[in-house]
Design a protein around this ligand. Structure first.
Ligand code: TXA
Ligand code: MG
Length: 356
């Protein structure tokens, strides 16, 4: 299939592009589009055959449910009949925005969209292009991140093109996304509500609005044994090894001097056996390392910058012949929780404490 590529400006929403995209969606086709978090791969959420095409295009396991994207709060009633009062508070506070809420689903929502679950994940994106696409197409859009399964999520149209060219009907290029990490997912069908995937909307921000919120063990684990071999994450997607770069990726935590020393030592060791080594550091430590593939993901003082650079940095390493990536950890405070969650999963939970 030939993939149509249309570039548009967020501040000049060209009607003809949306007409073309809307037609594709209504006919059960696939359209990738930008959201404020990452690029999504959209299909009609209420059409099971259309949803099935998403799984085929991504190479995604069919038990991993999709998030349904809506343009208006009213649309939620087409997906669920039970909206708890805490959910109403969160919707009021954070929609449109990077927050996905889970509800009991209506019968009309096909199993093909929810991976056979009785619940449905819903999000109202704030990105202008995403909202206009949903609104003008008239369909509720099921959309996972628009990457091949197992690769880092796309934060630029170029990344979607690399993974999806020839596999989808259309890509709307709206430039770089703002946040760079997927939405926070909160299960509203349990009491207290539970975070299944950390994101830009932090636990503190949620608790300030609705009181205590729990965090699924799989979403906060930093070491594989903290999860346990048989534990099933509440968000099925959290069990897959996501965001994985092709090279072996190992992270180092501890005091700054210890981390730098350990990374340097490990680099020498790997190079001694002929391995090519890349380093992921921050602006603050950039000058401590030498070599061709030393990349800073941003300043420790600016967690938003780090989040926005994260997936791109991992993807860029895939374009090199690096065998091993050695990375520094960053603060776990606030939004840092989500950043570290993605980094640690990308590293396959290989995290070395350098403090002893
Ligand atoms: O920011 C985002 O959420 C992006 C953009 C495109 O909106 N989308 C995204 O979708 O990250 P995806 O498919 O890559 O991740 C969806 C996650 C998966 O881990 C999936 O298992 C979980 O949401 N999920 C979806 N429906 C669920 C449900 N009913 N119960 C529990 N987890 C669910
Ligand atoms: Mg994804």
């Amino acid at each position: 299939m030939d993939t149509i590529l249309k570039k548009i400006d967020e501040d000049n929403l060209e009607k003809t592009v949306f007409e073309e995209a809307g037609k594709i969606l209504r006919n059960g086709g696939l359209v990738a589009f930008p959201t404020e978090t990452v690029y999504g791969l959209g299909a009609d959420a209420l059409n099971s055959e259309a949803a099935a095409k998403i799984y085929a295009a991504k190479g995604r396991p069919s038990d991993n449910p999709l998030i349904v994207h809506i343009a208006e709060k009213e649309d939620l009633k087409r997906l669920t009949t039970s909206i708890p009062s805490e959910a109403e508070v969160l919707i009021e506070a954070f929609w449109p925005g990077p927050l996905t809420l889970i509800f009991h689903k209506r019968a009309e929502v096909p199993d093909g969209t929810t991976g056979g679950l009785s619940t449905v994940a819903v999000r109202m994106p704030s990105h202008k292009i995403a909202r206009e696409l949903i609104r003008s197409s008239g369909v509720l859009i099921a959309a996972p991140s628009a990457n091949l399964s197992g690769r880092p999520s796309p934060t630029e149209a170029e990344h979607v093109w690399q993974d999806m060219q020839g596999r989808i009907d259309m890509l709307i290029d709206g430039g770089k996304v703002g946040i760079g990490i997927e939405s926070t997912i909160v299960d509203m069908t349990v009491n207290p509500p539970m975070i299944l995937r950390p994101g830009y909307i932090t636990r503190e921000m949620l608790e300030e609005k609705i009181g205590p919120v729990e965090v699924d063990k799989a979403a906060q684990a930093e070491r594989i044994f903290e999860i346990g071999e048989n534990y099933q994450p509440k968000a099925p997607g959290m069990k897959y090894r996501h965001y994985a770069p092709r090279a072996d990726f190992i992270m180092f935590e501890g005091s700054r001097p210890n981390v730098v020393a350990e990374i340097q030592k490990r680099k020498q060791k790997e190079e001694a056996v002929g391995k090519k080594v890349g380093i992921i550091c921050t602006d603050e430590s950039r000058d401590c390392y030498f070599g061709e593939y030393v990349v800073s993901i941003g300043s420790r003082k600016n967690e938003k910058e780090i989040a926005a650079n994260l997936y791109k940095t991992l993807r860029n390493f895939d374009e090199t012949d690096i065998d091993v990536i050695l990375g520094e950890t960053v603060s776990r405070d606030g939004f840092g929780q989500a950043i570290m969650n993605r980094l640690i999963k990308a590293a396959g939970y290989k995290l070395i404490n350098t403090d002893g």
